[in-house]
Design a protein around this ligand. Structure first.
Ligand code: AGP
Length: 607
């Protein structure tokens, strides 16, 4: 997720670009840049770091020109450096491109371009686009962009400019958002409505596979095949804050609803049938075959994702796996054999305990793989391998989409390792790969059921204690459902394996006590159902999370949150969503500060 801003009109472009980027910082903020054209020349200014850094570079050296593009970056390929910041230019500096998203086949395109004598100066996937466009240019920027994007696959939005057409912006949307702002004799382009609201409320929202050519007084909208599209501008009545949240009342809800796209982005270009390509992972010869232990370490929500990972790695690789809280592990004296892999999970990549635990294991000879959402974060500096989760900036303190992206990343990792070790036969690998590919559509389906969750949330909002139970992977999901609820609703909640209830906690279950049960794992289904009967017999109000086609559970539950059927192995990706929504709506009914719960911080960089 990055922010794009474009302007063409009678005014100086650079202040408008900077103002727009400021409004888009919620989309990414690790580096930024602008390209401004005054007709004959194009000036490019970039800076790693927050937008303040770019503003300092621009101050006093404001590039003259009435056309420009700008970008605030959330890195996906290459660390946040000046060189990797956008805009990117071709070797003549006559073309510039800003881009948001992922070019799936960029490795192959890069090799082809380099074989043809091009020099690439950045680590980004974007740079190939600008070279393709300049190669295809024959006096018509729109035609060159059309030909260039025909060679690229992926999910992205881009804007291109050239000194040869000093009043033209050409943009394409392929899944990542892009909006045109209509002014009076001037036009704007942005990846989010907040960037446009200082100038206009008339917007045209591009849809997937559409392209737009913009001049100061004209907007031409077409399909990528060149068929004209007639779309009336829409009038926006949101204020800036509503626009930043995409019209949702809170960032948390927005982020929950992004999860279908997040799952799609996470597998994009990495999963082909059953075969997995992880671009920043390079296993040393023999390592995977000899792997005899996996350590998973993390804190909070990331640790709960690790509990799912433990079941996966043991199930798919048949390698003993231990998931340990980083703040515990760092003060233990772990016994390491040669041939172990540490998987450190951290949305921020900056959590002090996770860094310390990961380094302890690495110092004792383990290979370190980081699963993180932040390119260039501290964890990635130490890691031997990295899987970027590609969830985009997560603003709400309560982690939702980053958790889901960690789950999907671990499925990819398990599939890759399982394949390489020969622990997974082809049929099973294809089954898992196929089910993974279906998750984005199934997540859409779960998200459509928000109203049903809200009804249940109303019933819970007045209770003091809420219990979450499940077995195996369902228990792992229960831990995260419980944490979500307590951190934003301030209700007491506990998660436990369903079989543990009768060893003590059952004493707390009385008439009306809410118990949420996740029951998707067929091999322990009956066992979990027995635990349900035990709580039901004590008068509990039972809320079940179950597959659509599970009718048996109706006899033991008072309310049901349904998910589409998938492989039991993958059910956490779906079953967590109703629990995130449940936590959200309980907190909302209680009128709490959902995005910034009391006493908590987004990233815990102290011990
Ligand atoms: C969960 O909603 C919290 N924000 C918290 O538990 C978080 O997951 C934990 O602090 C770890 O953060 P990290 O993923 O950035 O390392």
């Amino acid at each position: 997720m990055c922010g794009i801003m474009g302007y063409v009109g009678p005014r100086q472009a650079s202040p408008i670009l900077l103002q727009g980027l400021r409004r888009l910082e919620y989309r990414g903020y690790d580096s930024a840049g602008i390209a401004v054209s005054d007709g004959g020349n194009m000036t490019i200014l970039k800076a790693a770091g927050k937008l303040d850094q770019l503003e300092a570079v621009v101050a006093g050296a404001e590039p003259p020109g009435n056309l420009g593009i700008g970008h605030t970056r959330w890195a996906t390929h290459g660390p946040p450096t000046d060189l990797n910041a956008h805009p990117h230019t071709d070797s003549t500096d006559e073309f510039a491109v800003v881009h948001n998203g992922i070019i799936e086949n960029f490795h192959q395109l890069k090799e082809e371009l380099m074989a043809a004598g091009k020099t690439m100066v950045s680590d980004t996937d974007t740079e190939v686009l600008v070279h393709l466009i300049s190669d295809e240019y024959e006096g018509d920027l729109a035609a060159a962009v059309r030909k260039a994007v025909a060679r690229a696959t992926g999910a992205y939005a881009l804007v291109a400019v050239t000194v040869h057409e000093p009043d033209t912006l050409v943009a394409v949307r392929m899944i990542s958002p892009l909006v045109v702002g209509i002014g009076d004799g001037e036009m704007y382009l942005a990846s989010g409505i907040p960037a446009l609201l200082d100038h206009t409320r008339q917007v045209v929202v591009l849809e997937d596979g559409e392209m737009v050519t913009i001049n100061p007084g004209r907007v031409v909208l077409e399909t990528l095949q060149g068929d004209p599209i007639d779309r009336e501008p829409a009038e926006i009545d949101w204020d800036v804050e509503q626009a930043e949240k995409g019209g949702y009342p809170h960032f948390m809800l927005k982020e929950i609803f992004e999860q279908s796209q997040v799952a799609a982005d996470c597998v994009l270009g990495r999963l082909d049938g059953s075969s997995v390509t992880l671009e920043d992972v390079e296993w040393p010869r023999g390592f995977v075959e000899e792997l005899d232990k996996v350590w998973i370490t993390a804190c909070g929500t990331a640790f709960h994702a690790g509990l799912v990972g433990k079941e996966l790695f043991e199930g798919l690789l048949r390698v003993p796996t231990e998931a340990v809280y980083a703040h515990e592990l760092r003060y233990r004296d772990p016994i390491l054999e040669p041939g172990s892999l540490t998987v450190a999970l951290s949305q921020s990549g900056e959590t002090a305990d996770t860094l310390a635990a990961a380094r302890l294991l690495q110092d004792r000879g383990s290979r370190l793989l980081a699963v993180t959402n932040v390119v260039g974060s501290a964890l990635t500096h130490y890691a031997d391998d990295v899987i970027y989760t590609r969830a985009g900036p997560e603003i709400a303190v309560a982690s939702t989409k980053a958790y889901l992206a960690m789950l999907v990343s671990q499925y990819l990792l398990a599939l890759d390792l399982g394949h390489r070790r020969g622990a997974l036969d082809q049929a099973r690998a294809l089954e898992v790969g196929g089910a993974l590919a279906k998750l984005p559509a199934q997540l859409e389906e779960v998200l459509k059921r928000e109203d049903g969750v809200e009804d249940v949330a109303q019933l819970l909002a007045g209770h003091d204690d809420i219990y979450f139970i499940g077995r195996g992977l369902d228990y792992a999901v229960a831990t995260e459902g419980s944490l979500k609820l307590k951190e934003i609703s301030y209700l007491h909640s506990e998660a436990m394996p369903a079989g543990e209830l009768k060893h003590g906690t059952l004493a707390l279950i009385t008439e009306g006590t809410p118990v949420v049960v996740v029951n998707t794992q067929q091999h322990v289904y009956d066992k979990t159902t027995s635990a349900l009967q035990e709580v039901k017999a004590r008068g509990a109000m039972v809320i079940g999370v179950a597959y659509d086609d599970d009718t048996e559970i109706e006899a033991y539950t008072d309310h049901l949150l349904r998910i589409p059927r998938t492989l039991d192995l993958l059910s956490p990706v779906l079953s967590i969503v109703p629990l995130q929504l449940l936590a959200y709506h309980v907190a909302d009914h209680r009128g709490l500060d959902i995005d910034q719960p009391r006493n908590l911080a987004k990233s815990v960089t102290v011990e």
